[in-house]
Design a protein around this ligand. Structure first.
Ligand code: UDP
Ligand code: MG
Length: 315
């Protein structure tokens, strides 16, 4: 029995990766018996001619479908669009730069046929990423998983296979700011994990700079945990208690020894310390209010300018 599956690929300025990607992915998909594939390419507002190359692919091979965004909406939005458009019985998001090995898809499909609803691909070796990226990633997972009830599996990216049931569950999540790794983890389902070694990029450069990764991490933590908001209550109680004892101590000392003027240093330290604690906590509250604000606007996570290909109907 033929089973139809969907591959979802986000492209942002990947002109140099497109041909190598197609050359590697098509034989890998053809080698999986009993499956037929649609390959949904999401052009996330590329400015380097990626779109033309993708449309050419779609015209030459009806398995390719292309969604063209009206601007760059980011990888999470591109994945969301691809998943929304997918018609397969299972969906596999994969990066365009061949850092997610196409050969692994056959093993994912096999695990899916054996009953898994989610098949994760875990990077057992990330030496192709820099030391800094690996270390900060490790910290992120540790912090996130300690703060949030939803555990994000470590060293698992967006590359995975999801059964139709999982995809339909994902599509029910209404949030506009989509931290996909967290959403994937939130829906649950029967999960199997495969290990692989992450190769370096086939061509081009990574789209995620240090600051983009920091924002991504902030989004991950604030999307799935309110613990950072609650810390301040406990810190406040603790410092109020300490202040009370210190106040008592000063009062008694003044009663016993009279008023001695010194104390300027401790006053100064206390004022600046509590001033900064308050600034940090207000900033954190602002982070959440910002997210509430963005959500209440109810803007769609992405806008498609045009769709190409699929069912032999380009344009
Ligand atoms: N990507 C995207 N929109 C963006 C940034 C990235 O669609 O705004 C795509 C990119 O084209 C690639 C995937 O997301 O297919 C992963 O990006 P990248 O390889 O730069 O991330 P890294 O592997 O360095 O984490
Ligand atoms: Mg990459």
């Amino acid at each position: 029995m033929m089973r139809r599956l969907s591959l979802v690929v986000p492209f942002y300025n990947e002109a140099a990766s497109i041909q190598p990607f197609a050359d590697a992915i098509l034989p890998a998909l053809d080698a999986i018996p009993g499956t037929s594939w649609e390959i949904i390419c999401v052009d996330d507002g590329s400015t380097d001619g990626s779109l033309l190359k993708l449309v050419a692919l779609a015209q030459a091979d009806p398995r390719f479908r292309v969604l063209e965004f009206s601007r760059n909406f980011g990888k999470e939005a591109a994945l969301t669009a691809g998943i929304d458009a997918a018609r397969g019985e299972a969906v596999v998001p994969i990066d365009a730069d061949l850092q997610d090995p196409p050969e692994l898809i056959a093993l994912m499909v096999q695990a899916w046929r054996e009953g898994a609803e989610v098949v994760l691909a875990r990077r057992s070796d990330r030496s192709s990423d820099g030391l800094l990226k690996r270390q900060t990633a490790a910290w992120f997972y540790r912090l996130h998983n300690r703060l949030s009830k939803i555990r994000i599996p470590e060293n698992v990216g967006d590359f995975r296979l999801m059964d139709r049931a999982v995809v339909d569950a994902l599509k029910q999540l209404p949030e506009r700011q989509r931290f996909m790794k967290g959403l994937f983890a939130w829906v649950g389902f029967r999960t199997v994990t495969l290990d692989y070694t992450r190769p370096p990029r086939a061509a081009g450069r990574s789209k995620f700079s240090g600051f983009a990764l920091w924002n991504f991490a902030m989004e991950g933590v604030t999307s799935f945990s309110t613990a950072p908001l609650k810390i301040w209550t406990y810190l406040g109680v603790l410092s109020a208690a300490l202040t009370l004892f210190y106040g008592l101590y000063i009062a008694i000392r003044t009663l016993v020894f009279g008023n001695q003027v010194p104390g300027y240093a401790s006053l100064f330290v206390a004022v600046t310390f509590f001033g900064s604690v308050q600034l940090i906590s207000v900033g954190l509250i602002g982070e959440y209010i910002g997210r509430i604000y963005m959500e209440t606007k109810q803007r769609p996570p992405y806008i498609v300018r045009k769709a190409y290909g699929g069912d032999g109907t380009p344009g």
